[in-house]
Write a protein that binds this ligand. Sequence first.
Ligand code: 5AD
Ligand code: SF4
Length: 366
Amino acid sequence: MIKKQTPDTIQVSDIINREEIKSLLMDKDPATLNDLCEQALHAKREFAGDKVYLRGLVEISNVCRKNCFYCGIRRHNTHINRYLLDKKEVLDAAQFAHENNFGSLVIQSGERTDKEFIRYIDELLREIHQITNNSLGITLSLGEQSPETYARWFASGAHRYLLRIETSNEQLYYKLHPKDSAHSFKNRLKALESIKKTGFQTGTGVMIGLPFQTPENLVDDLLFFRDFGVDMVGMGPYVEHSDTPMYNYRHLLPGEKERFELTLKMIALLRIMMPYINIASTTALETLSENGRLLALQSGANVFMPNLTPDIKNKDYFLYDGKPVIKGNIMAYLENFNKELNKSDQKIGFGEKGNSRQYMPVEFIG
Ligand code: 5AD
Ligand code: SF4
């Protein structure tokens, strides 16, 4: 059992032991989960602050050159309409985020490495900054790219880059991906290192509750984040998608409640191990549990990403089945969400970029 600690005594060394992390992950006692989440919330407020930062999420395209076995927008899925948002659609979303004081934007898409796409992103970055007076933090989540492309996008004004390693275990990685040059574990690691070297606030993450995944794999994921020295993490439960090869293994999955609770524990443990980083409360959490994202924010996560993708396109960006969509007025939703956060002495950081404190000395945080 983890020692009772006050927030200012929580130290990495208290929880560094591999066996201890594993036994906490596997412990089915609801009191353990509660305890862990409570301590993580304390650590979050103490070290990462009482704010929950917003990022307006724009899924600019579902065109992808890859074929990850678990993902609904994989290249070989012919059951979806492929789209690319035009400039106006992206700039409108950026303008909305700016006018409503979101502070940051995430631009996400399937992976494309062609020249036209690289140039399009470059132009978008410059124009978003132009129309918003450089006031938005921008995160890119556009997959594996060359060091030159990362450098080019960094120079055009992207501040952060998110590339999930998906799993830190090479054998498991190849159970989730075809074994070919487009899906190389070593290249993915290299890309993540290249992102860090470029100067981005660097984010990664994994899926939790995958077929074939062991508790040891999850412990290794947490240690990987720490040893790599990531600035931000976005991890969520694996959710099956019926148009993917991985769907055939759904009988191997832990139940939804178990996957959800395992994800909460991973978030809580990571917050205690890396108290200064940004941790996203991911959309997939909401699929497995009502109020899932709020619960994660009460368990150590500190980033919330409302979806700003135009409605019609959002439907074609289903990575997994049952993706939640905020219906109605998003600002009314956030006002209500803020009230819920207040109950755990937290609030939405409107107008703040919410940079990772891991990346920046505390005095430079904007
Ligand atoms: N369930 C959960 N997460 C998924 N992703 C892709 N497919 C799924 C799924 N079926 C995640 C991957 C990817 C991110 C964009 O979405 O981790 O990196
Ligand atoms: Fe493409 Fe990413 Fe889906 Fe893999 S997980 S198929 S790279 S969008």
